[in-house]
Design a protein. Structure first.
Length: 230
């Protein structure tokens, strides 16, 4: 048995280690493991999970376990900043670029990118209207694209955000696997997400309609000080 195989047998896979050591959890919630494994295998994924079902863990964990840089697009700026703070508290290098990001924070993010240390870069969708930023993103060694609140791409939905329409061209330009996450998507919305984010491709579809009753509440253990399990 190889040293790596022995370590996995004794301690678990790299994903299991991150789940326990960074997030402070011993197991997954419904649907999470399938999504994590698909993203680690560099598959496209469309995940429909309820609020509180742990969507963010599904793209944070692969980013940490596999290394490289994951780009996360989210319209929820306050939540984005909370996740960055929690990831940093857990020892994971993460950063965000929004319209309100101060200069010292931008410098920290750019420095981490140059050192190859940044694991998750969060970007607000309105920033994609900046051609210079899009050009900058396309030059980065991005390994994965995670789209949170993916239903915002639907022109027929109440939460439609025009800047989300830029995600299809950006994903094509990056040429990386895409994970789309939402808690709200009827069949028409799902078709639009597929057409705009996965044209000509067949992502794995994972739908979880329930949250395990005995699952952790979302606040990691104090010892782990890990990110939220939203």
């Amino acid at each position: 048995m190889s040293e790596a195989a022995a370590r996995i047998e004794e301690h678990g896979s790299p994903a299991d280690l991150v789940l326990r050591d960074v997030f402070g959890f011993e197991g997954y919630r419904p649907g999470q493991q399938e999504i994590v494994e698909a993203m680690l295998a560099r598959e496209d994924v469309l995940a429909i999970m309820p609020t509180g079902g742990g969507k963010s863990l599904c793209y944070q964990l692969p980013a940490i376990a596999a290394g490289g840089l994951t780009l996360v697009v989210s319209p929820l700026v306050a939540l984005m900043e909370d996740q960055v703070s929690a990831l940093r508290a857990a020892g994971v290098e993460a950063g965000s670029l929004t319209a309100g990001t101060p200069e010292d924070e931008r410098e920290r993010v750019f420095s981490a990118i140059e050192r190859g240390a940044l694991r998750l870069l969060y970007v607000a969708p309105e920033r994609l209207a900046n051609d210079r930023l899009c050009g900058f993103l396309q030059r980065l060694p991005i390994n994965r694209l995670a789209v949170d609140e993916a239903h915002c791409i639907s022109q027929w939905g109440h939460d439609f955000r025009p800047d989300y329409l830029r995600l299809g061209p950006l994903a094509a330009a990056l040429g990386v696997p895409v994970g789309a996450f939402t808690a709200t998507a009827d069949e028409e919305t799902r078709r639009e997400i597929l057409a705009r984010l996965f044209p000509g491709r067949g992502p794995r579809r994972v739908s979880s309609s329930a949250v395990a009753v005995n699952a952790p509440t979302g606040t990691p253990s104090a010892a782990a000080k890990g990110p939220s399990r939203r």
